[in-house]
Design a protein around this ligand. Structure first.
Ligand code: ATP
Length: 264
């Protein structure tokens, strides 16, 4: 992997409105949050609460309607489209629920692709090391169709990590995997933060997945409504139940406040 700098991802009063007029949807309603350098944060919330939108804004995949996003001190709004594309390619990694591998390329070439696209000569050792790191050193010649879902997701993770990104954005990366395979992928995300200082932002519905993070941030109706530090799956599931019950149904825990968890 190449040298990288630890990078904080910073959102300030980020709003995202899709569409206009009566059909407009406010997906994010003034989100201010930091994802500290080298931290692993899970983003959770009911369906439609704005998790994927938050990830898209934070990763510069789409532009906010208002507010500001910076990564490692670079304000994304100040970059031209070309520079933003290059910034994403050089500094960020992405993993999605659908693995998005190219079906006609084997594992090795799928992993080499981001280096080729960046105009870097894909050193065979770097590509092999990335696949070995996800436990697939013996699958270099296999195409996606010849790999299990978990193996495909691990190839996708190797592809995301081969460039040595400062920040890795993962949207439901374990959504299509069984729990044992999902845990392997989550352990690799944990390792990326612990051993390589990479900043991990994980969108998930799964309290077990969120339990791998340092902190869980909860969204509802496009707003941050609370967080949980050193989360356990049980504590996360409790919060989710309260959130999904709606504002009037938060139960004994009472309404959540941002930062509440730290004071406990
Ligand atoms: N491209 C789009 N155009 C219009 N509305 C959108 C678009 N993307 C998202 N939305 C709307 O914005 C809101 C937030 O969507 P988002 O996908 O961010 O939520 P989510 O929390 O990730 O949901 P889920 O858990 O179901 O994936 C929803 O009401 C959704 O319908």
């Amino acid at each position: 992997m190449t040298e990288k700098q630890a990078a904080v991802v910073r959102l300030r009063q980020v709003r995202k409105v899709y569409g206009t007029g009566p059909a407009a949807v406010t997906a994010l309603d003034g989100v201010t949050i930091d994802f500290p350098a080298g931290s692993f944060t899970a983003v959770m919330g009911p369906s439609g609460s704005g998790k994927s939108t938050l990830l898209q804004m934070a990763a510069g995949l789409d532009h906010p309607t208002a507010g500001e996003v910076s990564i490692g001190g670079v304000r994304l709004a100040e970059l031209s489209e070309t520079r933003l594309t290059r910034f994403r390619r050089d500094r960020l990694g992405f993993v999605f629920q659908s693995f998005n591998l190219l079906p006609f390329l084997d594992a090795e070439l799928n992993v080499a692709l981001p280096l080729l696209l960046a105009g870097r000569r894909p050193g065979r050792a770097a590509v092999t090391a990335a696949l070995a790191a996800v436990g697939l050193a013996d699958r270099l010649r296999h195409r996606p169709a010849e790999l299990s879902g978990g193996q495909q997701q691990r190839v996708a993770l190797a592809r995301a990590l081969v460039t040595g990104p400062d920040v890795l954005f993962a949207d439901e990366p374990t959504g299509a995997l069984d729990s044992a395979t999902g845990r392997q992928v989550l352990a690799l995300l944990r390792k990326a933060a612990d051993e390589h200082g990479q900043t991990i932002v994980l969108v998930t519905h799964d309290p077990v997945a969120a339990g791998y993070a340092d902190r869980v941030v909860f969204l509802r109706d496009g707003r941050v409504v609370g967080d949980l530090v050193d989360p356990t799956p049980v504590a996360v599931a409790d919060r989710m139940t309260a959130l999904e019950a709606g504002p009037g149904g938060v139960g004994e825990a009472g309404p959540m406040r941002a930062g509440e968890a730290e004071s406990r």
